[in-house]
Every structure is written in structure tokens, then in C-alpha cells.
Design a protein around this ligand. Sequence first.
Ligand code: NAD
Ligand code: DAU
Length: 351
Amino acid sequence: MKTILITGGAGFIGSNFVHHWRKHHPEDRIINLDALTYAGNPENLTGIEEGANYRFVHGDICDNELIPKLFEEEKIDTVVHFAAESHVDRSISGPEAFIKTNVHGTFNLLEAARNTWANDSGCRFLHVSTDEVYGSLEADDPAFTETTPFAPNSPYSASKAASDHLVRAYFHTYGLPVLTTNCSNNYGPYQFPEKLIPLVFINALEGKPLPVYGDGKQIRDWLHVADHCRGIDAVLQNSHPGETWNIGGCNEWTNIDIVRLICRHLDELRPADRPREELITHVTDRPGHDRRYAIDAGKIMRELGWKPEYTFETGIQQTLAWYLENQTWWERVRDGEYRKFIRQQYEELAI
Ligand code: NAD
Ligand code: DAU
């Protein structure tokens, strides 16, 4: 039995992981620590009840009194660290929060683990990171492997790279039993509608412009969030400390093709007067926009037997159906802060 601290467990991937862990490891006690920023939503945790094996703590990973206290009080032996500022566009308009949470917050968690876990070889600290730390690929470059040098290009990816380096240093210097996963773009239920897939889907449903940055030929490698959670689980159960693991879908798409795919699906599910592709609007490109990401997931496939269960076709259909069925969920998250962000980010569209 583990006592697992899940940070950021009210966000998109974190909440999916709480549901995953509850289902597959019901005997373990989960402590879900989340600051409930704009991206954290207790409604993502519907069906998870407070009790002997679940506690929600509303708190900040940067809080250097709360975190060590929580480690002691709850006898945490496993950390799965999702909490982060995660949106690249927000890191461009306001980088400071990214440095605080992603760098300082990770440092604070590592310190608490180091000070509490002396010589306990059964403990694990799994740091959830991103493929963006590797930078941008040219069209014919090979995909990122675990040994690709870091070359982050946005304040977000630089802050994640810094946290990855700290995690690595705590293994080499202090022997802290850490693991790091670097995953490609996730999609699926509970994704906040600032990210491409839910944003485009909701705008298309409402007949609003579909903002495509620049020429829309940038490439991302998409993975269903449930497959990411299964990958993290596999790493946590089977990896030696100190290792890093790439997780990805071998599923590269240009942004413009994703937007067209969403339009086609929605036209079938909810026919409109005219094809929704007509709503596509090219807008000013993201500054420093990475051209292509692609993950080589060969190591986790070979060594841990992990592979994605969703095809992109089944995953997108399931995801769009979820957003259609859960309109109340996404209408509620579009509060004043969200509206302000959307107005500023897409100023030229006047939406
Ligand atoms: P998200 O923005 O949806 O959720 C982040 C969560 O962290 C929110 O619940 C928020 O309230 C919480 N949080 C933020 N700052 C906090 C703080 N200081 N203290 C405590 N909680 C705080 O993010 P996500 O998309 O679910 O990403 C989760 C993790 O996975 C991040 O570390 C991200 O870098 C990584 N990742 C994301 C993707 C992706 O495609 N979304 C891909 C690879 C890796
Ligand atoms: O690769 C993993 C990363 O994926 C994670 O580390 C990040 O936390 C996560 O946010 C995501 O980053 P991206 O920047 O790739 O995701 P986003 O959904 O913001 O954008 C996907 C692509 O679509 C990107 O090339 C930018 C483009 N885009 C995005 C938005 C929001 C548009 O063209 N228009 C838009 O309105």
C-alpha cells in the first residue's frame, strides 16, 4: 500500500490520473494537493470522495511550511508531480508564475522528499514533464529520444527544463529516488479550453472564429490522456530510480489538419448551415513558436511493454463526445478570468 501525493490533481492530466489511480490501485491512499488556480477545478474530481483513502488539500507547492508538514503528517512515500503552470501562451504574457511554480515549487517538493525520505529505498518521486524541453525539430529530423539535448524555447519549456534538471541533480547528488517522464501533447476529457483541441471545438460549436497561429503547419504529436496516465503508472511501478522516459503517441499532426478534423466531426455530430471549416481564421503566430515535436517512445514500449490503447480516431471521437455531453462543465470554467484571457490573447479576432 502506498500513500501517494499527487500534485496538481485538480488539473487536466492530474485529475485523469487521480481517477486512474483510484480505479487501478483502490487500496492506496491519495493526497491530492492543488492550489486551484484558474486551471484547477474540483468538478474534475466528481466521484472521488473524501475518506480513509482520499484527502484533498488546497495548497501551494511553493509553501515551504505546508509541504514538509504534509510529508511528515501523511507519511508520503510516493509523489507524482503534475502541478505546474502549463500554457505556453500565458508563459509569454506572464512568465513569472511559471518560474515560481514550475521551478521553485518543484525545488520545494524535492527538498521535502530529501529531508523526509533519508535512506528509504521504497519511496519514489515521479516528475511529470514535457517534450517541449527538447526544443523544435525540422521536418526530417528524427524524433526526440531520452538523450536528445535540451533546447527549450519558451518561458514555459525553460521552466520545465529547469525543473527536470533539478530532479536529475537530486538523484545524482542526494540519491533521491526520482523518475522523470517527458510526454507529448495530451488531449481528452477535462482539458481546459485554452488549449487547441477544446478551444477549437467549443468555438466551432458556437460558430466563432477558429484561431490558427501563423500558417498552421506546425506539428504536434498527440496522445490520449488515459494513455499518458497508463504510461506514468508503468514507469512508477517498474523503473529504476534516476531514469527518464519519453511517452508519446507516434501520432504527428499539423495544427491545421487537427482543426479541419474537428470541424468535420462536429459537422457530422451537429450539422450546421455551412461547413465549420469556413470559420478557420489565421492569426498572428505565437512568438518563438516551435515548429515540430515528435516523441520516440521506443524505450517505454520495449522495456515496459507500454503502448497507446487509443487510436487518434477513437480518442478524438471519445473526446469530442465528452465535450458535447459535458457542456455544463466547460460553460462553468469560462469565468471572468477566462474571458479576460481570451479577449487579450485573441485581440485581433474581437471575440
Ligand atoms: P493544467 O494546467 O491543466 O493543471 C495544472 C494544475 O496544477 C491545476 O490544477 C492547478 O491548479 C495546479 N497548480 C498550478 N500551480 C500550482 C501550485 N503552485 N501549487 C499547487 N497546484 C498548482 O496542466 P496539465 O495540462 O494537466 O499538465 C500537468 C503536468 O503535465 C504539467 O506539469 C505539464 O507540464 C505536464 N505536461 C502536460 C502536457 C499537456 O499536453 N497538457 C503534456 C506533457 C506534460
Ligand atoms: O508538447 C507538450 C505540451 O503540449 C505541454 O507541455 C503543454 O503543457 C501543453 O499546453 C501543450 O503545449 P502546446 O503549446 O503544444 O499546446 P496548445 O494546445 O497551446 O497548442 C497546440 C498547437 O496549436 C501549438 O502549435 C499552438 C497552436 N495553437 C494553439 C492555440 C491555443 C493555435 O494554432 N491556435 C490556438 O488558438
